[in-house]
Design a protein around this ligand. Structure first.
Ligand code: NDP
Length: 339
């Protein structure tokens, strides 16, 4: 190893667990020694890290599908960067990899848990977004979980976000007869129409049920891709057709809640309409990763699918980027550029 390699890294630690909406004081910027590489490990100079809504759940000291973050230790999550030292046969210096030790500028990673990304296919940031976990969530959630078929009318909430914007465009590409999106600002609504959504509304403009009913018309919707939960899910249940399907992807309207939140008041509609509501995790959809990667690369290359990114510079701004994500400051994928 050359002496020019870094010996220390800056990282973001969890200083305290948020109560409700996170605040800057919940996070701490720290500098720590990098461990010596062991056999099978690589040192990665992280170019981008991802901030994701699911991280909010991991900041609570509560049992969930992924372990809580530890207090006074670095957070973790998706990152992409260049291998600058390697003690692995599988990965060489210069390779670009996606891994799960983000929230730091340099990461010592087990090579077995890093995924090399193909050179030249897309900007590296895309492997945290449209070509990464985000894209697979959209693709598998729509096509495999909600069992979308051509001609369906699709409604997606959080539609101007990373997952939602891909869901709507994939639905159009696969022959949806209508795609409706909801988002949190007039600018986001305008962007959805540019991306090819047939209808979009700002959920601040009035009750979701009323706005969705107007957008869906008599025909109703066949598929609801739920990123938000709460009022959005209740509104969707009201306009789903008989045999309609819901992919339960996220419930971001509840992530900062400090009390249990009531379910949709009209859930019993699922009986008469013979609805299917299926929750899913992207981790359980990895068997579709190769199919997804091939399809998405083609759609990005020919412009069928476009993706937006909101990029914040500097590790020290990562906590703010995360808080802003929950507040809706992003259009498309929220990322932090580290180098
Ligand atoms: P986004 O890029 O969509 O960012 C989050 C967005 O949520 C914000 O931009 C904001 O947009 C919106 N939002 C925040 N609060 C509310 C609210 N109270 N009501 C409605 N919208 C709100 O994030 P992702 O695309 O990464 O994630 C979208 C959803 O998918 C999340 O629920 C996430 O947890 C889930 N997810 C689930 C996965 C799985 O495996 N099941 C994997 C990945 C993501 P706006 O301005 O429109 O309010």
């Amino acid at each position: 190893m050359s002496s020019a390699l870094p010996k220390r890294t800056r990282e973001i630690q969890l200083a305290s667990r948020p109560q409700g909406r996170p605040v800057q004081e919940n996070f701490r910027l720290a500098e720590t020694d990098l461990p010596e590489l062991e056999d099978g490990q690589i040192l990665v100079r992280n170019e981008f890290m991802s901030v994701d809504p699911y991280m909010r759940g991991r900041m609570n000291d509560a049992k969930s599908y992924s372990a809580p973050f530890r207090l006074d230790a670095a957070l973790d999550g998706g990152a992409v960067g260049e291998v600058i030292a390697s003690r692995s046969e599988a990965l060489r210096v210069g390779d670009v990899v996606v891994h799960q030790l983000g929230w730091r500028e340099y990461s010592v990673v087990d090579a077995a848990s890093a995924t090399p990304v193909p050179a030249g296919l897309a900007p590296t940031s895309a492997f945290l977004g449209a070509l990464g976990m985000t894209g697979l969530t959209a693709y598998a959630g729509l096509l495999k979980v909600a069992e979308f078929k051509a001609g369906d009318v699709v409604f997606v909430s959080g539609a101007a976000g990373a997952v939602g914007s891909i869901v709507g465009q994939v639905a159009k590409a696969m022959g949806a007869s209508k795609v409706i999106g909801s988002a949190g600002s007039p600018e986001k609504v305008a962007r959805l129409l540019e991306l090819g959504f047939d209808a979009a509304f700002d959920y601040h403009d009035g009750p979701v049920a009323k706005q969705l009913r107007e957008a869906a018309g008599e025909r109703g919707i066949d598929v609801y891709f739920d990123n938000v939960g709460g009022e959005h899910l209740e509104a969707a249940l009201a306009v789903l057709t008989v045999g309609g399907r819901v992919a339960m992807c996220g419930a971001i309207s509840q992530y900062n809640s400090t009390e249990p939140t009531p379910g949709p008041r009209n859930l019993a509609l699922a009986i008469g309409k013979q609805l299917t509501l299926r929750g899913f995790l992207v981790g359980g959809q990895r068997q579709h990763a190769a199919e997804f990667a091939g399809k998405m690369a083609g759609w990005l290359a020919d412009g069928t699918v476009r993706y937006d990114e909101t990029i914040v510079d500097g590790l020290e701004n990562a906590p703010k980027a995360f808080i802003d994500l929950l507040d809706g400051a992003n259009t498309g994928k929220m990322l932090v550029r580290l180098h």
